[in-house]
Design a protein around this ligand. Structure first.
Ligand SMILES: *[C@@H]1O[C@H](CO)[C@@H](O)[C@H](O)[C@H]1NC(C)=O
Ligand SMILES: *[C@@H]1O[C@H](CO)[C@@H](O)[C@H](O)[C@H]1NC(C)=O
Ligand SMILES: *[C@@H]1O[C@H](CO)[C@@H](O)[C@H](O)[C@H]1NC(C)=O
Ligand SMILES: *[C@@H]1O[C@H](CO)[C@@H](O)[C@H](O)[C@H]1NC(C)=O
Ligand SMILES: *[C@@H]1O[C@H](CO)[C@@H](O)[C@H](O)[C@H]1NC(C)=O
Ligand SMILES: *[C@@H]1O[C@H](CO)[C@@H](O)[C@H](O)[C@H]1NC(C)=O
Ligand SMILES: *[C@@H]1O[C@H](CO)[C@@H](O)[C@H](O)[C@H]1NC(C)=O
Length: 283
């Protein structure tokens, strides 16, 4: 009996030593996987270290806002918004600036699918530097020649047609433009628009489209700051459709600091109790 007690006490002390020595690594192994995964940063080509509010690659969907998912293709990060895929040119955390260029206009002014540029209401918006340009397709040949405009030949789906582009006022062109079957709105930066206006050519227009334009995102960045400074990783819960702060021991609304010392103390006591029970049974 004495012997048993002694053995048990020794085991308990060994258990305590093991527990304390192993706390950091065992705590890591049990960390919430969302906490672990959302600490990853997205690297693709020249774009490096992208975090919240974006997901993609090594950042699962729950690490970012729905719609802000990046794809890394041929060393180029891309984002698809509705049916359009954009090349991501830059991400600026400070100004919450997402610079993109439409991929369908990367090489060719006559893409197979004619689609307007879209954005995500309440999440992505244009910036005050963006200017809309309208490109017309399927117009009558023999367009009136105006300053700041040009006509170009297009073949889409083996159909030859006339395209028309104007960066100036359209008031003199209303009847002509009414002859066009389709039109597409594409934003460019103010600086690109000026260049296009000074030399309205297809090359200049494609160049301006390649330089891209900016979206500004509005995500819950202030909640993210609170979360980050409490040691959590920022993310988004599809279930609550809201910001989520992933802490080592699971998700919270915004901060991981909710009496952490108390809960870890309880956890320790609880596991000590369980081990004591196990030891007692096996001894
Ligand atoms: C951008 O900010 C978010 C939090 O707001 C952070 O998680 C991420 O690491 C930052 N990315 C860069 C490149 O600084
Ligand atoms: C957004 O970032 C791009 C480069 O990535 C820069 O050219 C542009 O001026 C920025 N726009 C704003 C509004 O900060
Ligand atoms: C070209 O063909 C595709 C596939 O049939 C179609 O979806 C698209 O609308 C066509 N493009 C134009 C400009 O008619
Ligand atoms: C693009 O938007 C303009 C203006 O809202 C509209 O007239 C045009 O039909 C749209 N084009 C396409 C291809 O949906
Ligand atoms: C989007 O931007 C425009 C102008 O840049 C601004 O008037 C509008 O309020 C913005 N919308 C949202 C939802 O931020
Ligand atoms: C461009 O057009 C879209 C859709 O027609 C509009 O919502 C947006 O405000 C326009 N942007 C600018 C900078 O005028
Ligand atoms: C988030 O916290 C990490 C350290 O845990 C820090 O390196 C990073 O700069 C923080 N990001 C922001 C946006 O505060």
């Amino acid at each position: 009996m004495e012997m048993q007690h002694h053995l048990f006490a020794t085991r308990f002390i060994i258990f305590l030593i093991i527990t304390f020595v192993h706390v950091p690594s065992s705590a890591f192994a049990n960390d919430d996987e969302r906490y672990v995964n959302c600490g990853n940063l997205f690297d693709c080509g020249d774009i490096k270290g992208v975090g919240y509010p974006f997901s993609g690659s090594n950042r699962p969907d729950y690490c970012g806002y729905p719609g802000l998912k990046l794809e890394c293709s041929d060393q180029d990060p891309e984002i698809t918004i509705q049916k359009l895929t954009y090349k991501v040119l830059g991400i600026d955390n400070q100004s919450r600036n997402l610079s993109v260029a439409r991929k369908d206009y990367a090489e060719n002014i006559c893409p197979t699918l004619l689609l307007n540029t879209t954005w995500i209401p309440n999440l992505l918006n244009y910036t005050s530097d963006d200017r809309n340009i309208t490109i017309y397709y399927g117009c009558l040949a023999g367009a009136p020649s105006f300053a700041n405009s040009f006509q170009f030949p297009c073949t889409i789906n083996t159909t030859a047609m006339t395209g028309y582009f104007t960066a100036g006022s359209t008031s003199n062109l209303i009847s002509y433009l009414a002859s066009c079957k389709d039109n597409v709105e594409v934003p460019v930066r103010q600086s690109a628009l000026e260049k296009i206006l000074s030399t309205p050519t297809e090359t200049q227009l494609l160049g301006g489209l390649k330089e891209g334009f900016d979206f500004v995102w509005s995500a819950d960045d202030s909640l993210c700051e609170t979360c980050n400074s409490s040691g959590g990783q920022c993310g988004y819960s599809q279930t609550t459709a809201a910001f989520s702060c992933y802490c080592k021991d699971g998700p919270r609304e915004s901060s991981c600091q909710q009496s952490p010392s108390m809960s870890s103390c309880l956890l320790l006591l609880f596991s000590a109790g369980v081990t004591l029970e196990v030891n007692r049974k096996t001894a």
